[in-house]
Design a protein around this ligand. Structure first.
Ligand SMILES: Nc1ncnc2c1ncn2[C@@H]1O[C@H](COP(=O)(O)OP(=O)(O)OP(=O)(O)O)[C@@H](O)[C@H]1O
Ligand SMILES: [Mg+2]
Length: 441
C-alpha cells in the first residue's frame, strides 16, 4: 500500500517536472555584436539557464546573462551570432553535466563535448550542475594529510595537503604552465582534472605531451583555447569543477588544475560587461569578485567520508603587479601562494620560485618540529644572502667579519642549485633527504 502511494507520488512529481520543462520559447527581437534579446519568456528563465536558438537549420546554444520583465539577454557560446530577428529561442534549463569515470583519458570542451576526436563520451548516472554550491564549511573534512608533489622546492618550502588550494602567481612567461604540468604528474592522486583556459592552441598539445602524459589515463582535460568566445572560457573551469566534484563524491583524491584563473576572470568580465554591469575596479564589474571565491571554494575537501579536491590555480599578475584586484581577491581565497619571479627566471633558475615570498598556510600540518626549524633557518639564511647581495657585489663585505653571513654565502647557492628542476627530470622522492645530500656535497 505504502509502495503504491510512493509510486503515485513519484509519478506526479515526474509529471510536474515534465510540465515545467515543456518547451517555452519566444522570438529574438534585438541583436548586438555579442548578445541576442529574447522577449516573452523572461518569467520562465533564471540567470545561467541555457537557451537554444534554431537558425539556419541548426541549433546555437547560449546562456541567459540578464533578465528584465520583458526581455532576456542571451549570450551564445559561439563567437558569432548566427540568428536573425524573429528566430525562435527556447529554454533548455540549468546547465548540467553527467560526468563518468569513463571520461578519464579524454579531452572535452567547455560544453562537455568530446574534443579529442575519439568518439562520443559515455554519460554517468548522476547529473551535476555546473554552478554547484561549495560544500557547507562545517560539513567539510579537515585538511591535514600531506601529499608530496615531486617538485622539490614545493615539497620543502610550501608543502601541499590533500584538499588544499594553492595559487601560482607570476607575470607572463615566467613558468606557471610548466610548473603546473610538472605538478600534474604528481603521484598519490586517483584522478587529475585540468582546465586549460585561454591557452594558445600549441600549448595544449605541449601540455598533453609533457609530464602529464604519464598520468593521462587518470586525467580529464577540459580545453577552451584563447580564440574561443569568452562564454566558453568562462565555462571551462566550471565544467572541470563539476567533473572533479563527481570524482570526489565517489571517494577519490582529485587533483584539479586551472591554467589560468586570470583568463577565467577576463572572460567573466567580458560577459558581465555585455550583461550591462558597470565596471568598478580596473575595468572589472563587481560580479567577477563574487564569482571567483565561489568557483575556488568548490575545490577543497568534501564532506566527511567523501574524497578531496586539491586545487592548483595559476594566476597571471598583469605587468608583474602582484596587487592587481583579481590577484588580490584570489590570494585571499586560497590556502597558500607560490610566487614565481621574473628575475629568478632570468638567471635560468627554474622553477623560478621566490622561496621567501611563497607560503603554504597548511605547512604546519605537514612539517615535523625539526623540519619546521630547518626551513626557518634556511629561510633566514636566504633572506640574509639576498639582502646583502648588492653590498657583496660592490665589494662592501669582507669574508670572516660575520660567520652567519659566511655560512649563508657558502650554503645558499647550494640550496638554489638543489631546487633546480626541469619538466623531464625524475620527480623528487624525499625532498629533505635530497637537500641534505646537496648541502653535504
Ligand atoms: N622548470 C623549468 N625548466 C626549464 N625551463 C623552464 C621551466 N619552467 C619554465 N621554463 C621556461 O620558461 C618558458 C615559459 O614558461 P611557461 O610557458 O610555463 O610560462 P607561463 O608563465 O605559463 O607563460 P604564460 O603567461 O604565457 O602562460 C618555457 O618555454 C621554458 O623555456
Ligand atoms: Mg602559461
Amino acid at each position: 500500500m505504502t509502495n503504491a502511494i510512493e509510486r503515485l507520488e513519484q509519478a506526479m512529481e515526474a509529471g510536474r517536472r515534465d510540465l515545467a520543462l515543456a518547451r517555452v520559447s519566444g522570438p529574438v527581437h534585438e541583436i548586438t555584436a555579442s548578445t541576442a534579446r529574447v522577449c516573452g519568456i523572461s518569467a520562465f528563465l533564471r540567470l545561467g539557464d541555457r537557451v537554444g536558438f534554431t537558425a539556419e537549420g541548426r541549433t546555437q546554444i547560449g546562456e541567459v546573462v540578464c533578465i528584465d520583465a520583458g526581455d532576456a539577454t542571451v549570450k551564445p557560446f559561439e563567437a558569432r551570432i548566427a540568428v536573425g530577428i524573429g528566430a525562435r529561442a527556447h529554454r533548455i534549463g540549468a546547465a548540467r553535466l553527467r560526468p563518468s569515470p569513463a571520461w578519464k583519458g579524454r579531452m572535452i570542451d567547455a560544453l562537455g563535448r568530446p574534443a579529442d576526436g575519439r568518439g562520443p563520451l559515455i554519460e554517468g548516472d548522476v547529473e551535476r550542475p555546473l554552478d554547484a554550491d561549495p560544500p557547507a564549511a562545517m560539513t567539510r573534512a579537515r585538511v591535514d594529510k600531506s601529499l608530496p608533489t615531486g617538485v622539490r622546492a614545493m615539497d620543502l618550502f610550501t608543502p601541499l595537503c590533500a584538499g588544499q588550494r594553492i595559487g601560482i602567481f607570476a607575470g607572463s612567461g615566467v613558468g606557471k604552465s610548466t610548473l603546473l604540468a610538472m605538478l600534474a604528474g604528481a603521484q598519490g592522486f586517483d584522478s587529475v582534472v585540468v582546465a586549460l583556459v585561454g591557452e594558445r592552441g600549441r600549448e595544449v598539445r605541449e601540455f598533453l605531451e609533457g609530464p602529464i602524459a604519464a598520468a593521462r589515463d587518470r586525467a580529464v582535460i577540459v580545453v577552451s583555447t584563447g580564440d574561443e568566445s569568452p562564454m566558453m572560457r568562462r565555462q571551462a573551469p566550471k565544467v572541470a569543477l563539476a567533473v572533479a566534484e563527481a570524482f570526489r563524491d565517489q571517494g577519490e583524491s582529485v587533483l584539479l588544475i586551472i591554467d589560468s584563473v586570470t583568463r577565467y576572470a577576463h572572460a567573466a568580465r567580458d560577459v558581465a560587461l555585455a550583461a550591462g554591469e558597470p565596471a568598478v575596479a580596473r575595468g572589472y564589474p563587481p560580479s567577477v569578485f563574487s564569482d571567483l571565491p565561489r568557483l575556488l571554494e568548490r575545490a577543497g575537501p568534501g564532506a566527511e567520508g567523501s574524497g578531496t579536491i586539491t586545487g592548483i590555480f595559476s594566476v597571471l599578475v598583469d605587468g608583474d603587479d602582484h596587487n592587481d584586484p583579481v590577484a588580490d581577491s584570489i590570494r585571499g581565497t586560497l590556502d597558500g601562494h607560490i610566487v614565481l619571479d621574473r628575475a629568478i627566471a632570468e638567471q635560468g633558475r627554474y622553477p623560478a620560485m621566490d622561496l621567501l615570498a611563497s607560503i603554504s598556510r597548511l605547512s604546519g600540518e605537514v612539517w615535523t618540529g625539526d623540519q619546521r626549524e630547518l626551513v626557518r633557518k634556511l629561510k633566514g639564511m636566504m633572506a640574509r644572502y639576498e639582502e646583502t647581495r648588492d653590498l657583496r657585489l660592490m665589494g662592501g663585505y669582507r669574508a670572516g667579519s660575520d660567520p652567519e653571513l659566511d655560512q649563508a654565502i657558502t650554503l645558499v647557492p647550494r640550496i638554489y642549485e638543489a631546487m633546480r628542476q626541469e619538466p623531464g627530470q625524475e620527480p623528487s622522492r624525499d625532498a629533505f633527504l635530497e637537500l641534505a645530500q646537496s648541502l653535504r656535497g
